[in-house]
Design a protein around this ligand. Structure first.
Ligand code: BGC
Length: 392
């Protein structure tokens, strides 16, 4: 082992200890992870015969490419991962790309030119990185897809994310329970939204939710006055909000309210895949005169962003699926430490994430539902937020 490598492996001892708890949780994970396949595999390692990237690599420098600073979660993601890697003695370059695909490609190209050994990429458009990642491969750079899968290239070595399908089923199950759909007759007015069509995660979120809700739609217990209910999971992009933009979700919700609810009908439930959309949807509901505690509809979300947690406490959002982004950073740091130490990289899913060229060995983490009553216990208890952050 070279001296740099020894230093890196030693530096990572702390990170590895940190994630011990995460690994333990994950092997107990239940639930399905894929719209089409069943339960995830037990923790396992990538098969030897596949093109295992150079293990025991001399890793001194890591490029971290994040999509945008606009959304709170990516700021947290970037800052946490960067500090973990720095503490382990690595050089890092953390870049945000204003949700612009070209800018992200340029940033990746520059990182490769600067000689990074590993790229950690939360892609903006998961289908647009093939050429630049070919350059990465030509320069022996190891590529880890972060949170979002990178499609259409063999040059992605590992994927670390949360169980995206489970995020959607949590949202669907919450709606079923809150409306008591197994017993109630309905019909309830449901307005569904989906995430950005260029984000591979969005189809998993939608499929998870729709697999739970569709039977009640077929039964007529859930109806969609706007008609914006995809006929099947495959049509999810027809209600996708490009770039996950709050403003687009807000105007879409406003349009639906103006066009289909003008006669006094009320929305009972809005399926929102994440918090940035939920924020815009809540603004549209506010503007249309909906009142928390009275006729405010059930509204789902994801990420537990601060503004949304405040909305949950104010009765303007019902739940959020929280993904502790610290765990994701810890997992990626562990992957890098395993690569640096020449160990096999631990993954727990080798079936679900087919990027069109290969199934990318993945590590899936567990998301958690947060509602008003559990905000303090879960989000403050875990020190994700301070009580002050949330006005508690
Ligand atoms: C992430 C979500 C996030 C969304 C918008 C998705 O890929 O998994 O956590 O809300 O992007 O940034």
């Amino acid at each position: 082992m070279s001296s740099t490598l020894k230093k890196v492996a030693a530096g990572f001892a702390t990170a590895a200890l940190l994630v011990g708890g995460v690994a333990a949780c994950s092997s107990e994970r239940g639930g399905t992870t894929d719209p089409t396949t069943s339960a995830p595999e037990e923790t396992t390692s990538a098969p030897d015969e596949t093109e295992e990237p150079a293990t025991g690599a001399d890793i001194t420098s890591v490029g971290i490419a994040m999509p945008t600073k606009e959304l709170e979660r990516w700021n947290r993601d970037g800052a946490h991962l960067e500090s973990l890697l720095k503490d382990a003695g690595l050089e890092t370059s953390l870049q945000y790309a204003e949700n612009k695909v070209d800018m992200q490609i340029t940033q990746l190209q520059n990182m490769i030119n600067d000689g990074v050994d590993v790229l950690v990429v939360a892609s903006i458009d998961g289908t647009a990185l093939g050429p630049v990642l070919q350059t990465a491969a030509d320069n022996d750079v190891i590529v880890i897809a972060y949170d979002r899968l990178i499609n259409g290239t063999e040059n992605v070595d590992y994927y670390a994310t949360f169980d995206n399908y489970r995020v959607g089923t949590f949202q669907g199950e919450y709606i079923v329970e809150q409306l008591d759909l197994d017993n109630a007759e309905g019909p309830f007015n449901l307005e569904p939204f989906a995430g950005s069509p260029d984000d591979n995660n969005a189809k998993f979120f939608f499929a998870g939710a729709w697999d739970v809700l569709k039977p009640y739609i077929d039964e007529g217990k859930l109806v969609t006055p706007s008609g914006k209910a995809p006929a099947s999971n495959d049509d999810w992009a027809s209600i996708g909000i490009q770039g996950w933009k709050s403003e687009t979700a807000q105007s879409e919700m406003q349009n639906r309210l103006n066009s289909f609810y003008a006669g006094g009908e009320k929305v009972d439930v809005v399926l929102s895949p994440n918090d940035s959309l939920a924020l815009g949807i809540a603004q549209a509901l506010d503007a249309a005169g909906y009142t928390p505690g009275e006729d405010w509809p059930i509204l789902t979300g994801q990420d537990a962003d601060q503004a949304n947690v405040l909305n949950i406490l104010a009765g303007k959002q019902s739940m959020s699926v929280w993904k502790d982004t610290r765990q994701l950073g810890d997992r990626v740091a562990t992957m890098i430490s395993q690569l640096a130490a020449g160990e096999e990289v631990e993954v727990n899913d080798t079936e679900t994430y087919d990027n069109g060229v290969k199934v990318v060995p993945s590590y899936l983490l567990d998301p958690t539902v947060v509602v008003a009553d559990t905000v303090e216990e879960i989000l403050v208890g875990s020190e994700f937020y301070s009580a002050e952050d949330l006005g508690l």
